[in-house]
Design a protein around this ligand. Sequence first.
Ligand code: IFM
Length: 447
Amino acid sequence: MTDRHDLPPGFRWGVATAAYQIEGAAREDGRGPSIWDTFTAREGTVRDGHTGDTACDHYHRWHEDVALMRGLGVDAYRFSIAWPRVQPTGQGAVNGAGLAFYDRLVDALLDAGIEPLPTLFHWDLPQALEDGGGWLERDTAYRFAEYAAVVADRLGDRVRSWITLNEPFVHMVYGYALGNHAPGRALLLDALPVAHHQLLGHGLAAAELRARGGAVLITNNLTPVRPASGSAEDLAAAEAYDTLHNRLFNDPVLLGSYPDLSAFGVSADLGGAVRDGDLELIAAPLDGLGVNYYNPTLITAPADPGLPFADAPIEGVPRTAFGWPVVPDGLRELLVGLRGRYGAALPPVTITENGCSYPEDLDDQDRISYLSTHLDALAAAAAEGVDVRGYFTWSLLDNFEWAEGYHQRFGLVHVDFDSQKRTPRASYAWYRDLIARHHTLHARRVH
Ligand code: IFM
């Protein structure tokens, strides 16, 4: 039987983080305010009033964190660049000290034999851009491309691959439709232009990155959608949810068209947001699709007619501390389904996030079990012909988990947020040994 040890030669092992969740130093060295600074300062937005002001203090402790990664033996590190560190107001003037931080980090990673894989936007929009309408405004897409060019000019001699956006679905839904993430707007379906403007930003930025010789990925948070029953109503509801969560962000990028949004009463041009030529830009060929997988979604017909679907609980499976269902085979189902849907239009896939939150314990058997079963599922997808190139555990460190503050612990490394002491968990040693075994099996590299 196929398992995680059968992942292909050349497969890249990594860990992932994001700037606002780990860096801290929110007001240092010329960094401008981001929407998350504004949001967390507002009472009642984040559990227990936590903020990312200090987070894991990675801005000062990055040496230690690179050493932790070197100890793991990872091939690559996915981190994000804070746009407001590079351009404090999101356009124009560049903050040299901010860029210099990432410059040093990239050099240190390369010295440690670790490939840097930066994400350009992991939700921390400069507040000044939000003041002008944020991703509801088309102009933000052009500002994003300008920022991508600035970063690539500085780091592109050493960074080979870039991820443009992280989880544009989550940013649109939580940030602009429901308001439980920054910028805290609750526009429901009026948030849909945010999907298009982020994707346009991806397309414009991709052109800048490519012009500088970079390879380009986008990371979508995807979920296999299961209907709660075989009834026509549940099937229609599941299709509507799949359209919103998965197809709205995959189809334009992979097929050059938006899916049919009529179940939401929305026109094909997303309320006038889509202009001539946009889809050609958005659909420029990708070097890879980044997939973040956490769990499948069970969908039922709605009791009231506000939206064309409702969530149903998945019963009979274990749950993480966050309450998320643990369904490893959902990863195989998702990837095989993607290949079925997009065929030759699906580029190689990298799992850019997968992981789980569990309590403080250092004896970390639940996390090891979560990771190992998901990697087995990934190997099964590869055995079924899906071209998978890498896997990044979320996350290297316990960190600021958005609206949950520091309450959800996703790290291979435990962080004491009072002392900032890092302590590797049992899952760290387990992952290190797994990576070493894979490297030895394929005699690929020795750290
Ligand atoms: O912490 C987040 C990350 O920022 C985006 N993907 C999901 C993770 C866990 O919720």
